[in-house]
Design a protein around this ligand. Sequence first.
Ligand code: ZN
Length: 454
Amino acid sequence: MTQNSLEMVAKAPPPGGWTALIDEIYLGRWRSPVDGALSPRSVTQKIVIQESLDGAEAELLRGIGVSGDLAVVADADTWAAMGARVFAACAVAGMAPREVVLEAGPHADLETAEALASRVRGAGHVVAVGSGTVNDLCKYVTAQDGRGCSVFGTAASMDGYTSSTASMSLPSGLKVSLKAQAPTGVFLDLGVIAAAPPRMAAAGFGDCLCSSVARIDWWLSHRLLATFFKEEPYLISAENDEIMNACVADIGRGELNAVGYLVRSLTLSGLGISFTQVSNHGSMSEHQISHYIDCFAREKHPGTLHGQQVGVASLTMAALQERILTDEVAPVLKPTRMDEADMARRMGPEIGAQCAEEYRKKALSSEGAAALNEKLAEIWPSLRAECLAIAAPVEIMRARLAAAGGATTAAELGLDRDFYREAIRHAHEMRNRFSFVDIACDAGWLDEFAAEAA
Ligand SMILES: [Zn+2]
């Protein structure tokens, strides 16, 4: 489709409704064109996305088997945005909801999860009203005892509504993805979501922007190291991503239909995990930079959201990939130089040792580097062409992120520039997912690249 016709499409809801295609996927009716297999049936029984769900809240919960006995969990902000409304609707409908309001800006950590667990003890079902943190806490807490949970989303800020994992901080400060459970019901009221503070949708767009960057990193790993790769997460998102990219300025303005397409992209991205059971399709080098910021910025953390950081990091990693892919000659790698003392100094001894263990799994010995160099030289012309076919030009990505209202540099995030450079330089040490940033590191020019970042 041309840009003009995509813009026209983005002005109205999808012909089959907001959950067209989404329904097919989570209900296990979507057939993969790659191998003909049906999509896995999710534990999520119902996903509803509509212009308004006002007045339908109790009926939606009854529809997924929730009886009267439930806790409605929100933080101070999301209680005002929608929690009070969900609570009142349940009470009017003769249910016996329990009100659980967390203090503003709750953290997804084990201590907060424990406190929440005691506040929802005895409730038969837990309803999260919120986005990232509230949803993650409820999914995690209920997964411990097998109770059901559901969510009324209040912002298009991240892609985790449908996922069965929760992003949680351990007591050491290390942020990890822990096993939780997918919600039984996911209810997204576009009117509420479009009225959320603009930085929320900008963050959601940033979380989507990483798609091509993560795909290139994951494809590299697949072709070079023969790690597993699946096309389906990208196949299900491709058409909607195109429409969403055609209406970024309307996302920035909080226009309902544009935010609806963003919500669809986020939901489809979350459902991508059901094909792979891992987050690789939407979480590679760029997500690791955001995690590094969340784990180690401490008092320098500007309070920005995950997706805002991912947006900026996606631009940085796209530029790094572009630099490597411009070269017709394959990169040449040296053995990985791990500096564990420096890792311990930056990360603290405990996390430093944990990360060193992860990093060691992908670190190259002399023989390992020689073998990869041979493989790179052999596959480079085809690998390079495959990656270039996926890549989006960095300047177009930057313009889209800015139009959606997202920060495009560390300075715009309010993040200390030197700390951001440290994150570019060292984030890949945290996780055993080989990507183009490992190529830059082992080729010996990552220091220089990080030092140029704005
Ligand atoms: Zn993300």
